[in-house]
Unconditional design. Structure first.
Length: 76
């Protein structure tokens, strides 16, 4: 059977559908599921990378004399 014959056989089936009803169908579900899996994978990767971060806050460094001067005094 050729593709054109198959499409002409499906045209009457399409006319039976309600034209006011719009549904995403299977393709919409597949796209949504793929996005959900992608977001899940990104979140899992982010949690793994954030767990490897070793951040220890040390004591604050004392301000040097140069940084204590106002910006306008440095430009002169």
């Amino acid at each position: 059977m050729y593709a054109t014959q198959a499409l002409t056989n499906l045209v009457p089936l399409a006319e039976e559908l309600d034209k006011n009803k719009v549904t995403p169908g299977v393709l919409g579900f597949i796209v949504f599921a793929a996005l959900a899996v992608g977001v899940w994978a990104l979140m899992k990767s982010m949690n793994r990378h954030m767990g490897r971060v070793n951040f220890e806050e040390g004591p604050a460094e004392p301000a040097s004399e140069e940084s204590a001067e106002p910006v306008s005094a440095k430009r002169k």
